[in-house]
Write a protein that binds this ligand. Structure first.
Ligand SMILES: *[C@@H]1O[C@H](CO)[C@@H](O)[C@H](O)[C@H]1NC(C)=O
Ligand SMILES: *[C@@H]1O[C@H](CO)[C@@H](O)[C@H](O)[C@H]1NC(C)=O
Ligand SMILES: *[C@@H]1O[C@H](CO)[C@@H](O)[C@H](O)[C@H]1NC(C)=O
Length: 482
């Protein structure tokens, strides 16, 4: 493995009382640097490159050698400058990442590189032409990272994408820890790259101040209660802009560029043209499946889950059923990461302490903030639909949907994203059946309105589930929801 890759793989960097690693801190710094009296002559994106963002061979080939590292600009307090320096340092852990208000984690390197391409295009384009030609916006954000990751994996070593991670404290994020073995494209890098493409593309057509752009896209603070910030649509918007064909084309072009660059030439020596094309195809397909066609699922550590009590019982996959619920209490849909995480903690507390179950009952919970929250997840038997907990996933919408419906986007999140993703990834049978909780027990759940809605979904069956005994174990029965 080569040194600049190793650098990208190291894990957490200890915090030391610096400003929180939150997008708000970044936006404040960008704002200060963009103010007329900041005393900086380079753009924020160029400054980021000077500090080590865009340190990879392909990115340098596209955007040029980094400017000289400047001294601390007077516009930034020493602790902010130190944070920025750490976030962009070439040896920064995956990291170089910050927590966004929507609860996602975003690597700054690809984000700011995409923004620099956008700014240059808006200013008349000083982006060098490479041979073969690459789309600079994709090259500096996602194409090189993907190409390199799948090229290295060809030798059989390591993961190609992911994993996600968690922050030590979502109110004062300092340490970010990955949830599994690292790849060159952890979720934070994928998010930063998608955002870099989306925002670079926006800037190219409408060169507004970067601070304003970031504030509008990510929202501020802990997220607004009234509406989802645009960042929560990143997967959908990136998919619409890029499409798998474009991604494959750009990864292939980037591999050809890397073949000609001294630091990466040897990586491609033994790779023929056909294999190169296969690597690009696989990279684009896997990325699209994971980050565009499947929804983001907020892991337990991000919403502050307590541990499972006892020993979880594994599901035998693929499952054949899905049961739709509403939570009823909380009765209001949650529209921000902070509110949805709070709802998750409240339900888990209630299920464990009042009901005496091992954990929050649902397999997955659906916020109206654009995210699915992990309850028991894909692999463990839940306590959502008494008698049927080991046969199907229990998916609960946060809110009371007796008289109103979830937003159209929130309906689509399960119907068009989560369930098709579960089928494609082998968790759910292609011929699964879908029912409302009320068909399986004495309850109004999931509410009249939501029930009428799911009657139109793929897999819905009007008749109740098979009666009589079920295949749940005694333990799962004891946990079963009534
Ligand atoms: C971050 O993690 C490191 C190592 O795990 C630890 O030493 C340090 O105290 C942590 N910092 C904070 C602010 O939690
Ligand atoms: C987020 O909310 C917490 C309280 O829930 C608060 O302490 C913190 O300052 C807020 N963060 C931001 C960036 O507004
Ligand atoms: C669903 O398909 C599987 C094979 O993939 C089959 O064994 C099963 O019987 C089918 N179930 C229903 C309800 O048709």
């Amino acid at each position: 493995m080569i040194p600049w890759l190793l650098a990208a793989l190291s894990l957490c960097t200890p915090g030391t009382g610096l400003p929180p690693r939150h997008m708000d801190s970044v936006i404040r710094m960008v704002e200060a640097l963009e103010s007329p009296h900041a005393g900086v002559t380079v753009t924020v994106a160029e400054l980021a490159r000077a500090l080590g963002g865009c340190g990879t061979p392909g990115c340098r080939a596209v955007l040029g050698e980094p400017p000289v590292v400047p001294t601390a600009p007077p516009a930034l307090s020493p602790d902010r400058w130190q944070l920025l320096t750490r976030l962009l340092h070439r040896d920064a852990a995956v990291p170089g990442a910050v927590l966004a208000p929507d609860g996602s984690t975003v690597a700054l390197g690809p984000l700011l590189a995409g923004i620099e391409v956008g700014l240059r295009r808006a200013g008349g384009g000083r982006v060098p032409v490479l041979d073969p030609p690459v789309d600079a916006l994709y090259a500096v954000t996602i194409a090189e990272a993907l190409g390199t990751s799948f090229l290295l994996a060809r030798a059989g070593a390591g993961a190609t994408l992911g994993p996600g991670g968690c922050w030590d404290d979502v109110d004062d994020p300092q340490n970010y820890t990955l949830l599994g073995p690292p790849s060159p494209v952890p979720d934070a890098v994928a998010n930063g790259a998608m955002d870099g493409v989306l925002l670079g593309n926006r800037l190219a057509g409408d060169p507004i101040r970067v601070a304003e752009l970031l504030r509008g896209y990510y929202g501020t603070g802990n997220g607004t209660e009234e509406g989802r910030p645009p960042s929560s649509y990143r997967r959908r918007d990136f998919g619409a802009l890029a499409g798998p064909g474009k991604l494959e084309e750009e990864v292939l072009a980037m591999l050809r560029v890397l073949r000609a660059l001294p630091p990466t030439r040897e990586l491609l020596e033994a790779v023929g043209a056909e294999e190169e094309a296969a690597i690009a195809r696989r990279a684009a397909r896997d990325f699209t499946e994971r980050y565009v066609e499947c929804p983001a699922i907020v892991p337990r550590c991000m919403w502050g889950a307590r541990p499972y009590r006892g020993t979880p019982k594994p599901l035998a996959l693929p499952l054949g059923s899905v049961y739709i619920h509403h939570t009823f209490s909380p009765g209001a849909p949650c529209r921000s990461f902070a509110a949805c995480a709070r709802a998750m903690r409240a339900m888990q507390r209630f299920h464990q302490d009042a009901r005496g179950w091992d954990d929050i009952g649902y397999s997955f919970v659906v916020g109206s903030d654009g995210y699915v929250y992990q309850g028991r997840g894909w692999h463990w038997v839940g306590a959502h639909t008494k008698g049927y907990n080991s046969r199907g996933y229990g998916v609960g919408y946060v809110g009371d949907f007796s008289a109103t419906l979830p937003d159209a986007d929130t309906i689509a999140l399960v119907r068009d994203e989560l369930l098709p993703c579960a089928v494609r990834t082998g968790r759910l049978r292609h011929n699964y059946t879908l029912r409302g909780h009320r068909q399986m027990g004495h309850t109004d759940c999931p509410g009249d309105s939501l029930f009428r809605e799911i009657e139109t979904w793929r897999g819905f069956v009007p008749c109740p589930g098979p009666g009589g005994s079920s295949d749940d174990t005694i333990e799962a029965e004891a946990e079963g929801r009534v």
